[in-house]
Design a protein around this ligand. Structure first.
Ligand code: HEM
Length: 222
């Protein structure tokens, strides 16, 4: 860090915990499905469901850099960014990264939702909400559940490549801030991103876990 650089908090604790928990959970979900350990697979799916519901709500009421309204920009915002007309490094997701983040979150949400309704070929294993759909509908859910995972893998690959690109060619360390929450910038920005209180994150997390628990019990059918 040069003398004139200053550290700004860009990522709050909830976003960082969300991100680093997601990686082992996705790996574990894949592994447990491959091994046919559907009991473990369902449990890890409920954990991903809790995280994703949390993150979607946090995107509406959380800290400034976590909010969709801040990082989802229209075509002009993207064009300005790509044309380097925007001023200084982005505090939070840049307009290009923002949409890839949204795509990952959206696909993850679709992935866990479909898993809740999925039924396997012989009808022995199923998601907890499969009681509400026919066998054929459950099979379609399972097929799309498989397909989306491959799309998600491609997006994750792109995500990691983009981060490598910024490190190698853009001289920007994005991983450090996702660990510590702080980013070095050349000059103090006029305004630093506002942080939402941790108690609010805990309430949203509790409500998300309650929803995942209700889904795991097929709501009212048990
Ligand atoms: C299963 C694999 C992964 C998934 C699903 C994933 C997903 C995500 C998501 C959803 C975000 C947005 C965070 C938020 O706003 O809540 C994000 C950001 C980020 N991820 Fe990952 N990620 C994965 C792997 C990785 C890995 C392996 C690294 C490290 C090399 C990484 C580094 C980052 C960084 C640095 C950011 C912030 C980017 C920025 O500054 O805009 N991710 N990731």
């Amino acid at each position: 860090m040069s003398m004139s650089e200053t550290k700004v908090r860009v990522w709050d604790l909830p976003v960082r915990v969300f991100h680093w928990l997601l990686i082992p959970l996705i790996a574990f979900s894949w592994w447990s499905a491959e091994e046919g350990r559907l009991d473990w697979h369902r449990l890890s799916g409920y954990a991903v469901l809790t995280l994703i519901v949390f993150r979607l709500v946090w995107g509406l009421i959380g800290s400034e850099t976590a909010r969709f309204a801040r990082f989802l920009k229209g075509l002009r915002g993207i064009a300005n960014y790509v044309g380097k007309k925007s001023d200084g490094p982005t505090l939070g997701h840049n307009p290009l990264g923002g949409w890839s983040v949204f795509a990952m979150l959206f696909l993850l949400a679709a992935q866990v939702t479909l898993g809740l309704f999925a039924i396997d070929v012989d009808g022995i294993e199923s998601g907890p909400l499969a009681v509400f759909v026919t066998f054929d509908q459950g099979r379609v859910a399972a097929e799309i559940h498989h397909f989306i995972f491959n799309v998600l893998l491609a997006l994750i690959g792109l995500h990691v490549l983009a981060i490598l690109y910024y490190a190698l060619f853009g001289r920007q360390n994005l991983v450090g801030p996702m660990i510590t929450g702080r980013k070095s910038v050349a000059a103090s920005p006029a305004q630093t991103p506002a942080l939402a209180p941790l108690w609010l994150a805990l309430i949203v997390l509790g409500a998300s876990a309650a929803l995942a628990y209700a889904a795991s019990k097929a709501f009212w059918s048990f």
